[in-house]
Design a protein around this ligand. Structure first.
Ligand SMILES: [Zn+2]
Length: 241
């Protein structure tokens, strides 16, 4: 595959010659079917994970078109290639090796899989993060559930967030004309099947708020130039993705 794929992707999408210079490279830094796009002035640089090498060009065009739409803020459209790419992504987990595990996360996953999914969810990769803003994510391309390490001290809350991420794997995502809908109504209804979900939600907010306060105190004592900024409740808004 050559960088000309970027030109083809753009021109099919925008119906005009590409006005940018472009570069494409493969990177070993990404996990699974990951990719990124950067733009400096008139030059677009696309990086794809090595896994993309073997994938058909028509699917790659869909990936590139999605990235171009986001990066260049083009009008959102669905093309045949974007459909192909989304279908590919829904099943990409089957091709991703399961190499990363974590004893606590994997135990929670197995328990929930039995409790809510009749053991129908296939094994995923697990990772821990250090984040206090993103408590959990499910990444389709690398089939990885990432949970913040701050939840390791409360297993019920960890399970609550893990359940949310497992629902992403279960529901995949439903595409409509303009966007991919990750939190559909069905998703939200399922989410409420978790025992005492409202209470978990409150406890989760409290835990994260306290963690953030103590983190700020630490920063405060470590940094003499620290300005006491407003503590706004808006940082309580949980960010699940
Ligand atoms: Zn989500």
């Amino acid at each position: 595959m050559t960088k000309e794929l970027i030109k083809i992707s753009y021109e099919r999408l925008a119906n005009r010659p590409i006005p940018y210079q472009y570069e494409l490279s493969y990177s070993g830094h990404f996990k699974g079917f990951n990719a990124s796009i950067t733009r400096n002035w008139q030059k677009i640089h696309l990086k794809l994970s090595k896994e993309w090498r073997e994938i058909s060009e028509e699917i790659k065009i869909g990936l590139i078109q999605e990235l171009l739409i986001k990066s260049l803020k083009l009008k959102k459209t669905k093309t045949m290639n974007i459909d192909l790419y989304n279908n590919f992504l829904r099943n990409a987990h089957l091709a991703v090796p399961k190499t990363k595990t974590h004893p606590v996360l994997s135990e929670a996953f197995d328990k929930l899989n039995q409790q809510f999914f009749n053991n129908t969810l296939e094994q995923v990769n697990f990772a821990l993060s250090n984040s206090l803003t993103t408590l959990g994510t499910y990444h389709y391309g690398s089939d990885t559930i990432t949970i913040t390490k701050h939840l390791l001290e409360d297993l019920t809350l960890l399970e609550y967030v893990m359940y949310h991420e497992m629902l992403h794997k279960h529901h995949k995502f439903s595409s409509n004309i303009c966007r991919n809908l990750h939190h559909s109504k069905e998703f939200r209804d399922d989410e409420k099947k978790f025992p005492n979900w409202e209470e978990q939600e409150k406890k989760l907010n409290n835990l994260i708020r306290n963690k953030r306060i103590s983190q700020r105190r630490e920063e405060n004592s470590n940094n003499s130039n620290f300005n006491n900024s407003n503590t706004s409740t808006s940082w309580l808004k949980r960010i699940f993705s």
